[in-house]
Design a protein around this ligand. Structure first.
Ligand SMILES: [Zn+2]
Length: 423
């Protein structure tokens, strides 16, 4: 082949390679800049901002009405609604890692929270709280909703460790958000027990109408079994406050090397002191060391929590919230057992873990139907409810859950306020 032909062919091939590279780079660039949109599509909801004036179809109504019938005339309870923000018009804070695409896992996670809350770039943080509040207000049954602050991880001297914290929602922000939202919203302070002013913070929380104090030990570096917490527990009891504590593996945020602190058995110390404790998600994730029998293999955290629930001495002190139990990453760990344990239902409390119900990828109805937990015929109605109001969907899904063999459901009391506990 003449040299000239070879050269011109080479030129053509090089041209194609260059074009393909350019096209690839442009596609990558477009994908990068439109990432928030993709996250919104796959991990957020749509539709609920147009709640007003929207009607459910007769089929969805026919599914929903019987589920709510026995709750009418009572007050719903939601002990677990998160607040969050990036410091736009508020003192909330989020670890810059969660806002940077250089840390894709953290970034996608935080974007999906914002998306679930319909919070767009530049929106003031208050809009996130307003979104959850408006969905709660739009529920067909009046309720009491608890809005959660979130403290920094702190060291043993109570100094905040921002680099090891995922986000921070100040107590004052929860107080303000609840006050703005109305009398059926209560603030939940989050106080690290080593903070020098921890006891004063507890008093401030009680004065602001709070009933619960939120901890996430594995993300906040809190050891519930430490004697250093004793004064904190004593002050909580004096004020009649209840600890809402996450046990089990944490999946909603990146944590430091503190996973062992999420072991339900570490709660024996405050329980033995007499503190009332609500364990979030009934500890339905991860494995924990069997601290009662260190020679035994690790146990599911759910089983360790159940062990405590079954001890009569904790009967009037230990509870669990049922938030997230229907999510795709939770439903296999304990829901069936809990449905079958009606003797424990008076100690289960409803929680939504808002904004998680707004992240559609976490809810897969077909596996629930396959597991016999819901009727496949109800899937369309549930999907419609989801687009209408994710909090209503969350409630309806938990109301319709049934034990695959006995068809037992969660008792009505699980979903209602507990005035005797001030909840
Ligand atoms: Zn939560």
């Amino acid at each position: 082949m003449p040299e000239v032909v070879i050269r011109s062919r080479r030129k053509v091939v090089m041209g194609w390679i260059l074009k393909a590279t350019l096209a690839g780079l442009v596609s990558l660039g477009v994908a990068y800049w439109t990432l928030p949109k993709w996250v919104h599509t796959f991990a957020g909801t749509s539709g609920w901002t147009t709640l007003e004036g929207r009607q459910l179809s007769p089929e969805a109504r026919a599914f929903l009405d019987p589920l709510l019938e026995d709750l009418r005339g009572h007050e719903l309870l939601d002990v677990h609604m998160h607040l969050a923000g990036r410091g736009i018009g508020s003192d909330c804070w989020v670890n810059p890692r969660m806002l940077s695409r250089r840390y894709p896992a953290a970034w996608v996670r935080f974007q999906s929270y914002l998306s679930a809350g319909h919070l767009r770039a530049g929106d003031p943080d208050d809009r996130f709280a307003e979104g959850g509040v408006s969905l709660a207000q739009a529920l067909p049954i009046r309720g009491q909703f608890h809005l959660l602050a979130f403290d920094y991880a702190c060291d043993a001297d109570g100094q905040p460790l921002p680099k090891l914290s995922a986000f921070h929602v100040p107590d004052a922000y929860a107080f303000d958000s609840a006050a703005k939202a109305g009398s059926n919203f209560r603030p939940v302070a989050s106080v690290h027990p080593t903070r020098p002013d921890a006891l004063q913070r507890l008093r401030d929380a009680a004065a602001a109408g709070g009933r619960l104090i939120k901890w996430l030990p594995s993300a906040q570096n809190i050891d519930p079994a430490s004697p250093a917490c004793d004064r904190f527990y004593a002050e909580m009891m004096r004020l009649g406050l209840i600890l809402l504590v996450h046990c089990g593996r944490e999946e909603a945020m990146e944590t430091g090397d503190w996973g062992h602190l999420a072991n339900p058995l570490r709660l024996r110390r405050p329980l033995d002191m007499g503190l009332r404790i609500v364990v979030a998600h009934c500890a339905t994730t991860g494995m924990g060391e069997d601290l009662d029998h260190p020679d035994q293999p690790d146990q599911p955290n759910f089983k360790l929590w159940l062990r405590l629930m079954d001890e009569t001495k904790y009967e009037k002190q230990l509870y669990g919230d049922i938030s997230t139990l229907t999510q795709v990453n939770h439903y296999e760990h304990g829901v069936i057992e809990l449905l079958g344990r009606q003797d424990l239902h008076s100690r289960l409390l409803n929680g939504s873990d808002w904004p998680l119900p707004g992240i559609n990828i976490l809810y897969q109805l077909s596996p629930l139907a396959k597991a016999g937990l819901i009727d496949p015929a109800d899937i369309d109605a549930l999907k419609e409810l989801y687009g209408f109001n994710p909090l209503l969907f969350d409630l309806a899904l938990k109301r319709t859950l049934r034990h695959p063999r006995t068809t037992a459901r969660f008792l009505d009391s699980v979903f209602l306020t507990r005035p005797e506990w001030g909840l």
